[in-house]
Design a protein around this ligand. Structure first.
Ligand code: SAM
Length: 386
């Protein structure tokens, strides 16, 4: 029975051993022998394809009657993966029922079970992609039978452009989940396709939920957003910059002392607005409960390029080094950035020392970099890598 859960495409007892039907060599098992399946295998799986209840849904084949109290998802997988009975599909469908609907991308849609469930839950628009043409045919046919709208097309999710959606779901192998995450333009990611001893390593994402069944797991990840981040260490806190913080801070880069080494970007015309870049963090530096500085990443520049300043009243207390270390550690280890960069006027000895103490290494001179107040344009470049 356990084997049937693990291999819902079919299990047979043969000469005292078990034969399992699967498209891929099963994960976590030693395969003693692999054989092409016998004549008639295309239909033999039907014996094993029975309906299952998943939360408010019943997922099952067209030749079974759904129980009246559950909403049916009728699937005929054809040659594609997915009867709906596999634990990874059931767990993913459970997680989809626990989140707020929005636009959704189903990566590796197989027979379309998750896409159809999502559409029935009110997710829209729903797009399904799969490497396998048979999966797209099955998803399209099953969507029609279930009376829902799904746009399905063949794509390799690791290579082709993916649409921007609020939610993505991927019931694929662990390494595919991990390689996919950095390619997604989405805030919520439902993942499955791996055993419960496995945990996807997804820098920049935090796990909000996990479901397990029959030795398999599914996870719900949310993208980490600097707008809700709070980085703190002892009496020092970096929190998202708010309206009114400029007044609370009481100084700015137009102050000749604070902004002595400030440089204006050469890639943005004088007086023109900075590029829109909601992903570039900007934090107020708060010490002892007071806003004493600001630390930000230049908008529209990657790798992220950091800048900061502090009120002169708190200079000499190590706050710049601690703030720079805190934010750089977070960018690299939590957000998963590979590199952060800092540029400074070559005569700014204080800034050079801060960069080095915060783990940055000198990477030479960049000229032109910015228009500094003294008219020079060369900056020293420092980098810190993950
Ligand atoms: C385990 S099945 C899941 C099917 C369905 N989502 C379900 O839960 O029943 C994984 C599917 O992902 C597809 N797949 C694997 N790697 C892919 C990739 N790089 N891009 C698109 N689809 C992929 C496979 O063809 C297969 O249909």
């Amino acid at each position: 029975m356990l084997l049937l859960h693990l291999f819902p495409e079919g299990v047979e007892e043969l000469d005292g051993a078990f034969a399992v039907y699967a498209d891929e060599p099963p994960i976590g098992f030693d395969v003693l022998e692999a054989d092409d399946v016998r004549e008639g295998w295309e239909d033999s799986w039907r014996e094993f394809h029975h309906g299952v209840a998943v939360g408010r849904f019943w997922v099952g084949p067209p030749w079974e009657d759904p129980p009246p109290e559950l909403e049916p998802i009728v699937v005929d997988p054809g040659r594609a993966f997915g009867t709906g009975a596999h634990a990874t599909t059931r767990l993913s469908l459970e997680l989809l029922q626990s989140i707020e609907p929005g636009s959704l991308l189903d990566i590796g849609c197989g027979s379309g079970v998750l896409s159809i469930g999502a559409a029935k839950l009110g997710f829209a628009p729903v797009t399904g992609v799969d490497l396998d043409e048979a999966a797209i045919e099955a998803t399209t046919a099953n969507a029609r039978v279930n009376g829902v709208e799904i746009a399905a097309h063949v794509a390799d999710a690791l290579a082709d452009a993916l649409p921007r959606t609020e939610i993505a779901v991927a019931n694929v192998a662990l390494d595919v989940v991990e390689r996919l995450a950095p390619r997604l333009d989405t805030t919520t990611f439902v993942t499955s396709g791996y055993l419960d001893r496995d945990e996807p390593a997804l820098p920049g994402w935090e796990r909000a939920d996990r479901r397990t069944a029959d030795g398999w797991a599914a996870d719900l990840f949310q993208r980490i957003d600097w707008r809700s981040a709070r980085l703190s260490e002892d009496d020092l806190e970096l929190r998202p910059w708010e309206d009114g913080d400029q007044d609370r801070l009481g100084t700015s880069l137009s102050d000749p002392l604070v902004g002595r080494y400030f440089g204006k970007r050469l890639d943005v015309a004088e007086g023109a607005p900075l590029p829109d870049d909601p992903d570039a963090p900007i934090f107020a530096i708060v010490a002892g409960g007071a806003v004493v500085g600001v630390i930000w990443f230049a908008r529209g520049i990657r790798p992220f390029d950091v800048g900061y300043y502090l009120h002169p009243d708190v200079w000499g207390r190590g706050l710049a080094t601690r703030s720079l270390s805190l934010v750089s550690d977070w960018m690299l280890s939590v957000l998963g950035e590979r590199r952060v960069v800092l540029h400074t006027h070559p005569a700014n000895e204080r800034s050079k020392a801060v960069a080095q103490r915060a783990g940055y290494a000198s990477a030479g001179v960049v000229d032109p970099y910015a228009r500094f107040k003294d008219g020079s344009t060369a900056a020293l470049r420092y980098v810190r890598d993950r």
